[in-house]
Design a protein around this ligand. Structure first.
Ligand code: ZN
Length: 294
């Protein structure tokens, strides 16, 4: 039996899986994300022990995803300094010739949700994770979008909420970007404490919904997705969903005359079906593709 290794590389933990070619999960391990010198040998050992035939990786980024590039598969300008310019894919598979593929963690997640989750059977979908940071993966016309680099939806610019006491946000790069205004740390800075302990009707969540609705509006108006999947720790507060949907409709102002927006928005903006393993399953699917193409 041929087996596929999958890695969801995150800023706080690495989730490693072993799958059969058909997608049955055979093993899983989690490791804290320390330095490459500490973490990568343990990951290599895990995959070597299971004698994988291909490897798929969904990773935090930014990443070099140009297969023609010398630095294909490298993590590039990440603020996680120990991993900056780190050749992640090469470090895991070396020159072994093993079929391998890498994409962003959120592109992996949208792929998984489109193949077997909340966007099953659709060709155009977006997966946004709202947690310590914010990232988005885009499937357009059935293809994962890379383009010049890859989408960095977490840093689109938004207009401030009139009641926001911190309208510049917490991103070190930008004033008023999505991640700076709506990530977990942004909410924490706004309420000056742990937002998880606050009730659903706390004003901070109306502000949060306003920002995430602006993001949905911009996505609807630019890439016209059939599904917008909102995952990540912040979205575990399910009460945000109806607030975001309502605000999205209001901000669109009736301009987009599609039943998906006007009456079907409950099915347009949804939680993931595969959380918390969308990224891991997506990594497996990337590895499977690489194996089939080899
Ligand atoms: Zn930013």
């Amino acid at each position: 039996m041929r087996t596929i290794g999958a890695l969801e590389a995150g800023g706080t933990k690495m989730v490693l899986g072993i799958f059969s070619q058909q997608g049955e999960e055979l093993a899983r391990q989690s490791l804290p994300t320390l330095s490459p010198e500490e973490t990568v040998p343990a990951m290599r050992d895990f995959f070597a022990k299971h004698r994988i035939d291909a490897l798929g990786v969904g990773s935090f980024g930014p990443l070099d995803l140009d297969p023609a590039s010398e630095t294909y598969g490298n993590i590039t300008s990440t603020p996680k300094l120990k991993w900056r310019d780190y050749p992640l894919l090469k470090a895991l598979v070396g020159d072994s010739g093993m079929p391998r593929a890498i994409d962003t963690d959120v592109n992996a997640a949208v792929l998984a949700e489109a193949e077997r989750g909340a966007a099953r059977g659709l060709t155009d979908a977006v997966y946004i994770t709202v947690g310590t940071g914010i990232g988005g993966g885009v499937l357009s016309g059935g293809n994962l979008v890379h383009g010049m680099l890859h989408p960095e939806l977490g840093h689109i610019l938004l207009r401030p909420h009139p009641d926001d006491i911190n309208p510049k946000g917490v991103c070190p790069y930008h004033d008023g970007c999505l991640e700076g205004l709506a990530s977990g740390p942004a909410i924490g800075a706004r309420v000056q404490g742990d937002a998880r302990e606050l009730p659903d009707d706390h004003p901070a969540f109306a502000i949060e919904a306003f920002y995430l609705a602006q993001m949905c509006v911009n996505l609807i108006l630019t890439i016209s997705p059939q599904r917008i999947i909102l995952g990540g720790g912040v979205m575990e507060r399910g009460a945000l969903f109806p607030m975001i949907r309502k605000q999205t409709q209001e901000l669109l102002g009736g301009y987009v005359q599609s039943p998906a927006v006007l009456t079907g928005i409950d099915k347009l903006i949804v939680p993931p079906a595969l959380f918390p393993v969308s990224g891991l399953i997506g990594a497996y699917l990337l590895g499977k593709r690489a194996l089939l193409q080899s």
